[in-house]
Design a protein around this ligand. Structure first.
Ligand SMILES: Nc1ncnc2c1ncn2[C@@H]1O[C@H](COP(=O)(O)OP(=O)(O)O)[C@@H](O)[C@H]1O
Ligand SMILES: [Mg+2]
Length: 332
């Protein structure tokens, strides 16, 4: 019986069993979804219950698992492995409906006046509304705690940063308002007991604000929880990507995202260099080698894996398994 050497990625998971929220971040198209699926597959094979989930409207988990997953809740892929694609738009529509119902109940109407309805529609087009829907959905998934591992297939980097910074802004903003409300409440309690009715309303608003704040905190704390979260950066050996990644890594550090390491994807296989390949490919290999050298000297031990460019896209369980074996070693 041969014992395969433990890969660095495998070692990181073994060394940090408490990190149950796993994320692969990086620019679009570098392999985040692919690595999320392969990691989920491997963890499930190791006997953990795993949910891979995404808020990306592009339904990329459906593509890689070759299953219709979008907006269907957690869909079982195989033993121990579930995948879920959140339909943020659907959440917004449900939220709109809730607001409409509140208005109908409050004023005893059977139809929401057109002006107000237009307003509700317009408000839903705000990016903040989508953020909020995503916050809600992510929190709903994570608070249930049904899985050993949650692999959060992130939206591209820019969005994730925006999401984190929004969380900070919302949080500060809500803190301020909550504080003001609390002060007002104290003041009103002293000023008059006649304002009972008003006070109750204020209490409701305050409670709602605190609820939003708690949800935002929970959602952004998942990304920044040093004990429970493991964040991997995906890069490829190309100049622009390396520059962007450096900037992003600095920003992520500012938001306290706990980066476990880097995974370099799409490395042209070594054996090509020894074969009789056309100049075109020779040049590409030489170029990659320059960037790989740069990666080794700047990121060094933080690089946990070099993943080769495979001959075709990674879709379906056999291809996912093959990639998981490259990243983590054989499963059994
Ligand atoms: N190592 C690889 N070899 C071959 N194809 C890959 C590899 N990594 C990713 N791909 C393919 O590249 C495309 C983009 O990958 P994906 O994981 O969807 O990127 P992201 O989620 O970062 O946008 C997909 O079609 C995927 O199958
Ligand atoms: Mg993706």
């Amino acid at each position: 019986m041969s014992v395969a050497a433990e890969t660095d990625l495998h070692r990181v998971f073994r060394a940090h069993p408490e990190r149950r929220y796993i994320m692969f971040g990086g620019k679009g198209g570098l392999g985040k979804t692919t690595f999320s699926a392969a990691t989920g597959y491997w963890l499930a094979k190791q006997g953990h219950r795993v949910l891979v989930f995404s808020v990306d409207p592009q339904a990329s988990l459906s593509d890689i698992f070759q299953r219709d997953i979008f907006g269907k809740g957690p869909v079982k892929i195989m033993d121990n492995l579930w995948a879920q694609e959140i339909d943020a738009d659907g959440h917004i529509r449900a939220y709109q409906q809730q607001i409409r119902q509140k208005i109908l109940d409050m004023y005893g109407l059977d139809k929401v006046p057109e002006e107000i309805d237009n307003y509700i529609e317009a408000a839903s087009a705000e990016p903040a509304m989508e953020e909020s829907a995503i916050f809600d959905a992510v929190v709903d998934i994570v608070v249930t705690g049904e899985y050993d591992y949650y692999i959060y297939d992130l939206v591209p980097l820019g969005h994730a940063l925006y999401y984190l910074s929004m969380a900070k802004v919302y949080d500060e903003w809500i803190n301020k308002i909550t504080h003001l409300r609390e002060q007002m409440r104290e003041y009103e309690q002293v000023a008059s007991v006649m304002k009972r009715q008003k006070l109750t309303e204020e209490d409701q608003i305050l409670a709602e604000l605190q609820d939003i704040k708690q949800r935002i905190n929970m959602s952004s704390s998942i990304l920044t929880d040093k004990e429970k979260t493991g964040f991997f950066f995906v890069v490829i050996p190309e100049e622009m990507i390396l520059l962007d990644t450096k900037k992003a890594a600095e920003l992520f550090a500012k938001f306290d995202v706990p980066i476990l390491g880097y995974v370099v994807n799409r490395v042209l296989p070594d054996e090509l260099a020894t074969q009789n390949v056309p100049d075109y490919l020779k040049n590409r290999i030489a170029m990659q080698n320059r960037y790989l050298e740069q990666i080794r000297s700047t990121l060094g031990k933080d690089v946990l894996a070099y993943v080769p460019e495979l001959e075709r896209d990674v879709t379906g369980l056999p291809a996912i398994e093959r990639l998981a074996t490259i990243m983590y070693g054989a499963s059994s």
